[in-house]
Design a protein around this ligand. Structure first.
Ligand code: HEC
Ligand code: HEC
Length: 509
């Protein structure tokens, strides 16, 4: 069960990998050289590696020619090193969601309007601090395109969701940020639109949504002055953005009316029902959610392999669940389209580093000392009861299963089936994404299991996040809540001591 693919890139030449004839098992016998990046540490500083990562992309790109091929003069180890470090930089600080960029003014206004709800650095919404951000913004909030706002804007990067704190206090890249309350963040970022709605329009909102925004409005700190006798424009704009837009104040009007509309009701409701670490990551632009599709738990992304050839040979399940891709390269290419809506960015010089970095992030190991005998017994139980499906290198499933086979939710099998782009921006993305041809078409129907590595540190198990943690999975502290029905059979079919030894074994993965 030890992930085998970590050593892969160190042993195959870079060229070989970029052509995609990578086979994880082929590299298994080679010893693993020291990792290029440090992705687990006792502080954010430790895992950010600012001095190395912040300069890496410049170096890496200077190693490439016009067609993104490495120049022959560059030593392979240097190329590989800067490629991975550049990927880490992109992961930490490139905007990458399909969410519409938020003008900085509005971002700052959120913070100053509801300090009691968001905290001084958005820490109350679960964002981690970024010691290297000169403006004191949290990790995962990063400068974005001005294309839609005509103003300095911010957006979310991979690190907002995919850097988390482990139960023992260490920080880890690849751990889901289980504290991140993205739903509330999304709701708050649409407050300016609510603020400018007439009572008549407000009455048309779903009652739950209306009640939420009315409460936000009630608690808003209404400030026109900044405390120093000057006008606080961020707050004025926050409150009267629509008015200013009509008056054509601001570079392009604030923000661009063509793109900013209140999200569809189902998205607003999914946010209201989201919880930290479990939310609708794409909304509002994706508007994927057919009624009844649950929010998704942020997965751990330690040891994602995603090699095209493995997928073609039936050795690995697709990357992603709501939208399924045949490789990590294609997943990353589509992510750039979602974030920037600019096909020009879909170049090997951007895709390769991100993918190379992701493939080498290691799973953090538990510091707990486990009873070896119990681990061995647990492995036997696993091989007998679980391995037929959890047959991948990191305990993931290599195939996809019907929801009924594991008592999961049918709407997760292929959420794209009901997908319809409704907003101007989601239509644009759908169009560009189709041109790219990155998604598997037609989308396979079924649910895969995510990797089981690092389960000791996880919360919100299953794609919909309903099983609290590994103890809940094995019903070791009483029975589960009614919503946590997936894999309920583990609790009824395995006896207590089998489940206890299984716990020991699973903690070693
Ligand atoms: C807003 C939070 C958020 C951001 C930002 C985000 N992700 Fe994710 N990520 C998720 C969620 C939720 C899923 C599960 C979606 C699914 O499986 O369909 C996911 C799935 C994935 C997967 C697939 C894992 C698997 O088991 O198939 C990978 C890989 C990944 N993300 C990498 C990234 C990278 C790289 C970035 C930046 C380019 C990024 N994510 C940005 C929340 C986020
Ligand atoms: C019939 C195939 C099958 C068997 C047998 C099976 N699983 Fe699963 N397992 C799955 C699928 C499919 C999922 C994904 C369900 C979802 O996300 O809704 C899953 C999800 C999981 C997850 C959640 C992973 C995550 O990070 O979200 C854990 C943990 C897990 N299984 C453990 C086990 C254990 C332990 C056993 C044996 C006692 C077992 N499974 C037996 C197919 C199976």
């Amino acid at each position: 069960m030890k992930p085998l693919f970590h050593s892969l890139f160190f042993t195959l030449s870079w060229m070989a990998c970029s052509r995609g004839f990578a086979n994880p098992s082929a590299a298994a016998s080679h010893t693993k050289p020291t990792s290029i990046t440090q992705d687990v540490g006792s502080s954010i500083e430790d895992i950010f590696e600012y001095d190395k990562t912040s300069v890496a992309c410049g170096k890496y790109w200077s190693f490439l020619d016009e067609s993104d091929q490495p120049k022959t003069s560059v030593p392979e180890t240097d190329l590989r090193r800067e490629e991975v470090l550049c990927g880490k930089w992109l992961f930490l600080s490139w905007e990458t969601t399909g969410k519409l960029p938020l003008p900085e003014l509005l971002f700052d206004a959120i913070q100053r309007s509801w300090p009691e709800r968001v905290g001084t650095q958005f820490e109350k919404l679960g964002f981690l601090p970024n010691p290297f951000d000169k403006r004191g913004r949290p990790l995962g909030v990063t400068r974005s395109t001005t294309k839609y706002t005509g103003l300095p804007a911010v957006n979310i990067s991979c690190s907002a969701c995919h850097v988390g704190q482990l139960p023992d206090g260490r920080f880890s890249v690849g751990a889901p940020n289980t504290k991140l309350d993205m739903s509330t963040f999304n709701l708050m970022s649409y407050f300016p639109l609510f603020a400018t709605m007439s009572n008549q329009d407000r009455a048309l909102l779903h009652p739950e949504v209306r009640a939420y925004y009315l409460e936000l409005e009630r608690t808003e700190k209404n400030r026109i002055g900044d405390g120093k006798g000057r006008i606080d424009w961020s707050n004025v704009i926050f409150k009267y953005s629509k008015l200013l837009r009509w008056l054509h104040i601001g570079a392009k009007g604030l923000p661009d009316a063509k793109y900013v509309v209140m999200p569809p009701e189902r998205d607003l409701l999914s946010w209201i029902h989201g919880k930290p670490g479990v939310f609708n990551p794409g909304a509002p632009m994706l508007t994927l959610q057919v009624e009844g599709v649950p929010n998704l738990a942020v997965p751990q992304i330690w040891g994602v392999s995603g090699f095209e050839q493995d997928f073609a040979n039936g050795k690995t399940a697709p990357v992603g669940q709501t939208t399924k891709y045949s490789s990590l390269e294609k997943f990353a290419a589509d992510a750039l389209i979602y974030a920037y809506q600019d096909p020009a960015l879909n170049r090997p010089r951007n895709i390769r580093p991100l993918v190379a970095y992701l493939r080498q992030i290691e799973t953090p190991k538990t510091l707990e000392v486990l009873d070896p005998a119990s681990v061995v017994t647990g492995q036997t139980v696993f091989n007998h009861s679980c391995k037929s499906c959890h047959d991948g290198a990191s305990g993931e499933s290599t195939k996809i299963y019907g929801a009924h086979e594991v008592d999961s939710i049918a709407a997760l099998e292929n959420p794209r089936a009901g997908y319809e782009a409704t907003t101007p921006i989601s239509k644009l993305i759908a169009e560009l994404s189709d041109t790219l041809g990155a998604r598997i078409e037609p989308q396979p129907i079924g649910i895969k299991s995510r990797r089981l590595t690092g389960l000791w540190a996880r919360k919100n198990l299953m794609t919909h996040g309903s099983v609290k943690d590994i103890d809940d999975l094995l019903c070791l502290k009483g029975s589960r809540s009614v919503e946590a029905f997936t894999h309920q059979e583990i609790c009824s079919e395995l006896n207590f001591s089998e489940r206890q030894s299984l716990l020991s074994y699973l903690k070693t993965l």
